[in-house]
Design a protein around this ligand. Sequence first.
Ligand code: ADP
Length: 249
Amino acid sequence: ANADDFVLETVGLTKSFKGFVAVNNVSLKVRRNTIHALIGPNGAGKTTVFNLITKFLEPSAGHIHYNGRDITRTSPADIARQGMVRSFQISAVFPHLTVLENVRIALQRPVGVSFHFWRPKTILNRLNDRALELLEDVGLQDAAGSLAVELPYGRKRALEIATTLALDPEVMLLDEPMAGMGREDIERVAALIKRLSANRTVLMVEHNLDVVANLSDCITVLQRGEILTEGKYEAISEDPRVREAYMGN
Ligand code: ADP
């Protein structure tokens, strides 16, 4: 990738709720095929930034550029169609279907297109192969026949990532993908995210700085709606303001 190849950029992004400025003048540059983490204490504005980028919320001011195009006024469905997908957006997991069936359904459901229940057999076979590949990607191949509801928590999150990957997104936005997980699952999902970033961009919101330490190419620290600092973990973790931001939490 080109040194200044930014797939996603926000310019002066601002959001107020009845006079309360939750996100203030946030200019974020996300480099293509990297893992970029947005961290900060509770209330820092992380979720609001995500909601603005995916257009769940309208910004009060500022712009969002995706692949050089201004998407500030683009609908959430169009943004997803253009390749930027937030995990929970489509990853409604059907608990009483198998893991494999869940991924097959996701594969049959391009964003913005209605379900197709009937398909010729050759296409169905191809879907099956692709679904198995995706399960392998997320380390769930051995659970293909299990009901989704039977999966332990960490593996359910892996299934959500598999159903998101079924859309072949260029940019994946992950909301605290490791929340509520034990060490083993955290390591499994971290390794998965690392693999994904070989040919995709991952922007993730994470509360816990240590979780993203070894994983992120770039970390943006938000505090009270503003960017406090950003850079590689080694650089930002030296910054006393970063540790301080976390202390008061
Ligand atoms: P984070 O995800 O970093 O915990 P949020 O983006 O959820 O932070 O929230 C940032 C601030 O904006 C918080 O003070 C929160 O109370 C406020 N906020 C978020 N959404 C709304 C809303 N819909 N109405 C009013 N205030 C909101």
